[in-house]
Design a protein around this ligand. Structure first.
Ligand code: ADP
Length: 603
């Protein structure tokens, strides 16, 4: 026995000595490595360096402080990225670069172009310091995160942090909810709402009268219903049009600033578009986020709903995945789905196409989208899995250009469109669907919008708020002093472009287009420099979705409400029919978001 103990003691001693030795050698190795690293990075000349690169909206400039052997600090000096949309990139990328000591970190989803621009600017500065890029450009090895389970309970759980979800959250809290959890799968709130033109159609007699605009709720109803080819549910259209102005006032009450004048956006059919002072949809998201959080809404970002939880035929919660947690979110009163449409998911669009304007035959296999990347249709799939009914899924809307290809102008009056042979092929003031269908027939399914210098303002700002020179630098817009040079630069036959332009200018004179019956005219296109913007159709809006009633309750196959389930916004169908009027989407998300928040609270 003794000898066994002695042997055991010896073994323990040996093990200790061995592990000490190994420990030493490991430490030694670490020291060596550090030594190597500092040797390897000794190329760095410590100091502050300014790096530059192009982001989504223009140049990004950063200052990077380099220490003896590491990146110490990153300061963004200037950028022209879209406020809010790019915010997660500026928050996460510099931190990730410093934490990992490499510029080769992952882009932040939802703001990829800004992330790439920021990374390139940092890289530029790091390179200037003489740092060994084998070290500072190494790929980050991702550690597997062991996710923990967490259960949370609230009266209301909302899925989706765009305009509809946030409106629903504010509304539920206004209607007595003591706890609301809103989950958003992207790193930032906003969805498609923040990218939208920002127009809110609502009959607003006070303002419209001052501008001499005759209007009525009845007219808004008719135009929405008939503009949607009489496919929508009239009862839902009634709710939309009768409550739109109240939605405008409600947002104003939370601090939203409206422009003085009522306008008319493309496809709105009438002058009743209320426009925010802040650009695009940022005003809505800023105001609604503040209102929701002030009232106590808990917002979980980067948290993706994966399924609905049912008990005895009632929806009682949501399963969701966060970055480090798997959530079970219990909803005592109900779940509101506000996950938007599915126009960023071309496969899903294709799956439902039938005999609408666009069909499986005429819609190209490869098609881009104007949508935020999160718009994948998961809310529809989740609800269908528990028996929800969908309607109008075959109706989609395309925009004749992706969101980053507006070019110098989005107005048609002072431009003409050519195919790659240099010929006009459609009337430029035609319907969105007319232009898109005609474009599919052209070479590569693409066209160029041609402009001249008459529409370029002195400050060279384009209508989307970006500097024209940034677009030229990115190659989105081609500039040339003469039509011949422009034709050469875009590789179309110069004699055709010249002849097309001459013919077009003669039509401008007579305001008569014998070829395509265009009716909207501006000035002749004859003053260089000339501009060409390559464009092509993009998926824009999905009119179909979950079938709801006027209380925003989601209906099952039997057309009866599914207890505990509500939906609002682009995820629903039946409001816009086969075509959505420009400016009606924001009205929809605010009106039905509010309805859903009220209904879930039993009011
Ligand atoms: P709406 O205009 O109807 O409010 P938006 O497009 O503005 O629609 O917002 C919908 C939001 O829902 C987007 O921000 C999108 O990222 C989010 N979303 C989509 N699917 C999920 C999901 N499975 N879990 C959480 N959020 C989601």
């Amino acid at each position: 026995m003794k000898s066994f103990r002695r042997a055991l003691a010896l073994l323990i001693c040996l093990t200790l000595v061995f592990s000490m030795l190994v420990g030493c050698s490991n430490d030694q190795q670490k020291d060596d490595n550090n030594g190597n690293e500092s040797e390897q990075t000794s190329g760095i000349k410590p100091g502050k360096y300014v790096g530059k690169a192009s982001g989504y909206g223009g140049p990004i400039e950063v200052e990077v402080e380099m220490g003896e052997d590491k990146i110490e600090e990153i300061t963004v000096l200037s950028n022209s990225e879209t406020v809010r949309i790019s915010a997660p990139a500026f928050e996460k990328i510099p931190k990730a670069v410093i934490d990992n000591q490499t510029v080769n970190v992952d882009a932040v989803s939802g703001c990829t172009a800004s992330s790439m621009g920021l990374k390139m600017a940092i890289k530029d500065a790091v390179e200037q310091s003489g740092a060994d890029m084998d070290i500072f450009n190494k790929k980050v090895e991702k550690a597997e995160v062991e996710k923990t389970d967490e259960e949370k309970t609230a009266e209301v759980v909302i899925v989706g942090g765009g305009g509809a979800g946030l409106s629903a959250a504010v509304s539920a809290l206004e209607n007595g909810a003591e706890s609301v959890i809103l989950i958003e799968k992207m790193p930032a709130l906003g969805g498609n709402t923040i990218l939208a033109g920002g127009a809110f159609n609502a009959v607003n007699p006070e303002k419209q009268k001052a501008q001499g605009i005759e209007d009525s709720i009845e007219k808004h109803f008719q135009q929405t219903y008939e503009g949607g080819h009489k496919v929508a549910n009239p009862e839902l259209v009634k709710v939309l049009t009768e409550n739109a102005l109240d939605g405008v006032k409600w947002l104003e009450g939370y601090g939203l600033e409206w422009k003085e004048k009522i306008g008319s956006v493309v496809g709105a059919m009438w002058e009743r578009s209320n426009q925010t002072v802040e650009p695009l949809g940022t005003g809505y998201i800023n105001v609604l986020e503040k209102a929701a959080t002030d009232k106590g809404c808990e917002i979980l970002l980067e948290t993706k709903a994966t399924g609905l939880i049912m008990e005895d035929g009632k929806v009682i919660g949501v399963k969701a995945e966060g970055t480090d947690k798997n959530y079970t979110l219990k909803a005592e009163k109900g779940v509101i789905i506000a996950t938007g449409g599915y126009a960023a998911n071309p496969e899903m669009v294709r799956e439902y196409l039938a005999d609408g304007v666009y069909t499986k035959e005429n819609l190209p296999e490869k098609i881009v989208s104007t949508n935020a990347p999160g718009l994948q249709g998961e809310g529809i799939i989740m609800a269908e899995e528990i028996g929800a009914k969908v309607i109008d899924m075959e109706h989609i809307q395309l925009l004749p250009m992706p969101g980053d290809k507006f070019g110098p102008s989005i107005n048609v009056e002072h431009s003409f469109f050519i195919n790659k042979e240099g010929n006009r092929y459609v009337k430029e003031d035609g319907g969105r669907d007319e232009i898109c269908l005609a474009t599919f027939e052209q070479q590569d399914g693409q066209y160029y919008m041609i402009n001249d210098s008459k529409i370029i303002p002195e400050d060279r700002l384009t209508l989307s708020g970006e500097k024209l020179d940034n677009l030229i630098a990115r190659g989105t817009v081609v500039e040339a002093d003469t039509l011949e040079d422009l034709a050469k630069a875009i590789n179309v036959p110069a004699e055709n472009l010249k002849a097309t332009c001459d013919k077009f200018n003669s039509y401008v004179e007579t305001k008569n287009d014998p070829e395509f019956s265009r009716a909207v005219w501006g000035e002749k296109i004859d003053q260089g420099p000339f501009y060409a913007t390559l464009r092509y159709p993009a998926l824009h809006h999905t009119m179909g979705g979950l079938k709801i009633n006027t209380k925003a309750e989601v209906l099952g196959q039997d057309d009866q409400p599914i207890p505990g389930l509500y939906a609002a916004g682009e995820v629903t169908g039946g409001i816009h029919g086969a075509n959505r009027l420009g400016g009606n989407a924001i009205a929809d998300i605010v009106v039905f978001g509010r309805v859903a928040g009220k209904s879930v609270m039993g009011k």
